[in-house]
Design a binder for this molecule. Structure first.
Ligand SMILES: [Fe+2]
Length: 273
């Protein structure tokens, strides 16, 4: 199975730029590249922060930009998104019984679990952080129980752990909800990988035995600074992920799809590409 992982598209209304970048053009280039290279993918999952300020026009543009993709598109929301405006533009995306944008997709290679970690209107805390209250923990427990021993792949916007960088670690899944989340996963040996967004950088590792990965945004990136308290944004290259799953292996490639430069044959010849 092949899944394309896109994250943090941060669209703004047409004609505007964000931190000096045309985020729509960057996403359009990614989609063009995906269609050239990976039209055979089984799904394209976008792990949130679809629109930078959650404007209706941005979601309408996102819907239009995604049209050329030949595979099913499964979008999640992030802290920059507006849940109701997103759902108005993407009415086909399932919601759970409590209205959260989370659902499962069962495939030959296992169960994909797509989660909503966005704050509700009645929750208090850091608005950029992740939350998982309001029945979401119970929903996840039921979906994991249903999966039995089948492989499970988790997709979410916020990581349920810190990444040891101060400016990022204030805005991961808020502590009480992160504890509840980890308790639901405890003792389950079939969670094969956790994919998230939010950080706007490549990070991979494992957490309590669960491998994880996240990728650069298609929009701006976060500067890796282990000292700064604030997050700073850069024009480092965007990327998307190519995730290959089978019974024995999970492989995550990153594609720096905007890279242009010379290509060399091993014999030293410089080729146009
Ligand atoms: Fe983001």
């Amino acid at each position: 199975m092949k899944i394309i992982h896109l994250t943090d598209t941060h669209l703004v209304p047409p004609g505007r730029v964000l931190y000096g970048l045309d985020t729509a053009a960057r996403l359009a280039a990614a989609i063009n590249h995906i269609q050239q290279q990976h039209a055979d993918a089984d799904a394209c999952i976008i792990t949130g922060d679809l629109a930078h300020r959650g404007e209706e026009e941005a979601y309408v543009q996102l819907r239009e930009l995604l049209q050329p993709l030949s595979m099913p598109v499964l979008p999640l929301i992030g802290n920059h998104d507006h849940r109701e405006r997103f759902c108005a533009a993407f009415p086909q995306v399932p919601r759970d019984a409590n209205g959260f944008v989370q659902w499962v997709r069962d495939c030959d290679d296992g169960r994909l679990v797509l989660l909503d970690t966005v704050m509700r209107g009645d929750e208090a805390g850091h608005p950029a952080a992740g939350y998982f209250g309001g029945g979401r923990v119970e929903w996840l427990r039921e979906r994991l129980d249903e999966a039995g021993d089948r492989p499970v792949y988790l997709f979410m916007h916020h990581p349920p752990f810190g990444v040891r960088v101060r400016s990022f670690d204030d805005i991961n899944l808020a502590a009480p909800d992160a504890i509840a989340f980890s308790e639901v996963l405890r003792g389950r040996s079939n969670i094969r990988h956790l994919f998230f967004g939010h950080i706007h950088r490549t990070i991979f590792g494992s957490w309590r035995g669960i491998p994880f990965s996240t990728l650069p945004a298609t929009a701006h990136q976060s500067m890796l600074d282990f000292v700064a308290l604030d997050d700073y944004f850069t024009h480092e290259p965007p990327a998307y992920g190519v995730v290959l799953l089978d019974d024995e292996q999970v492989t995550v490639h990153t594609e720096n799809y905007l890279h242009r430069g010379p290509v060399y044959h091993p014999d030293g010849r410089c080729l146009s590409y």
